[in-house]
Design a protein around this ligand. Sequence first.
Ligand SMILES: *Cc1c(COP(=O)(O)O)cnc(C)c1O
Length: 448
Amino acid sequence: MSAKDMTRRRFLRTTAAGTTGISLAGPTIFAAAAASESAKPAILGGKPLRTGKSPSWPVIGEGDDEAWTNVFHARKWFNDTVVQEFEAKYAALTGTKFCVATNGGTTALQTSLVAVGVGPGDEVLVPPYTFVATVNVVLLQFAIPVFVDTDRQTFQIDAKKLEEKITDRTRCILPVHLGGNPADMDTILAVAKKRNLPVVEDACQAHLAEWRGKKVGSLGDTGGFSFQVTKNLCSGEGGAIISNNEQLIDRCFSFHTNGRERSKAGSFSYQHSGTNVRMTEFQAALLLRGMTRVEKQSQTRSENAAHLTAQLEKIPGISPAKMYDGATRNAYHLYMFRYDKDQFAGLTRDKFMRALSAEGISCMKGYSPLNKEPFLKDTLYSRGYLNVFPRDYVDKYFKNSECPENDRLCEEAVWFTQTMFLGTKSDMDQIAEAIRRIQANAAAVAKA
Ligand SMILES: *Cc1c(COP(=O)(O)O)cnc(C)c1O
């Protein structure tokens, strides 16, 4: 961490402590927490528990502006040495042989689907609990996203239910490591092998997450990452595809730069059809800087998340997302838990979240069921789609797209975002204390 970051972090911490009147010394915080547990919740007029801010994001470190202006002044703004350096270093970081940088995570995934041969008329297995882009990339290929229900314990695709969804049309499995928590790759890869299907990992939220010690994104045929500004490694917009398969990377490269051959990158030699979804030198320069911090930040998130989980697990009605046995590292892009209102005197999730926000702790309720989004019907009953899929196929598709576990999860989920986990352990203590305080006063909060 740079000196500037240190100073800003210390400033934020001091500000937080100053305005809440809580001493920075560890033991004092615990004493304060214990004494104020049944204090009046902020939503009922009490004093907000937390008035400090989350660490700011994106982080700007020392040397970042120089890296950026070097590109600017060199007037080499287009795919040149910096993008290539980034690709080499990102491949190394993820333990893969090859990387192609793109202008976003969506385009990284779309390019991957093209490379593994997903096209019109195909089905792709996807989770319903994900960002919309996971599904949009399937639709961009005039293929059909077939939803496999969610494992509510982990918030991930329920890999045990993959096989029952496979048909003659199935062409690919597209698992997501949602929130940075690895999906069950043992089961996914076993099904893929047995049924001879490629796997494209959506690792857009999972930088540095690991399955049995290997970086996610490197286990499937390809893995796609996003560097959109909210992601754990970011450059405003940006993306990357990683793979150990050179043939697939050749195809990804070609598609991402209007069909040029990878071996003749700058030429007018067109190998395939394609598009232009290239990364700029500016994005690559920021990412190379960000990569000097990403490991440390990731460790900080993990330590803080573990500290929070140890406390939240003790609160009845709060169930942090579990990790599979094979998940050896979680990226904590999101910290996700399930909320059971029965343990909070019937206090609805919305009101619980409002009470938490009033304490100065911001949270989100997360996704709504993607398989029920109206845009799916608009798309699949469109002229183009009906040219590819018979109408009775589409009718049947909507009849069979229920995901009851996921529906339930969407009603129960609460998220914290990654930036909160770049702070201190006492930030975590405050989150836990706020939840305990709301629980202790749940009946009164419910009535208010
Ligand atoms: C962010 C994200 C994407 C898309 O990445 P962009 O860079 O925004 O295009 C895809 N899938 C998931 C799960 C994401 O979180």
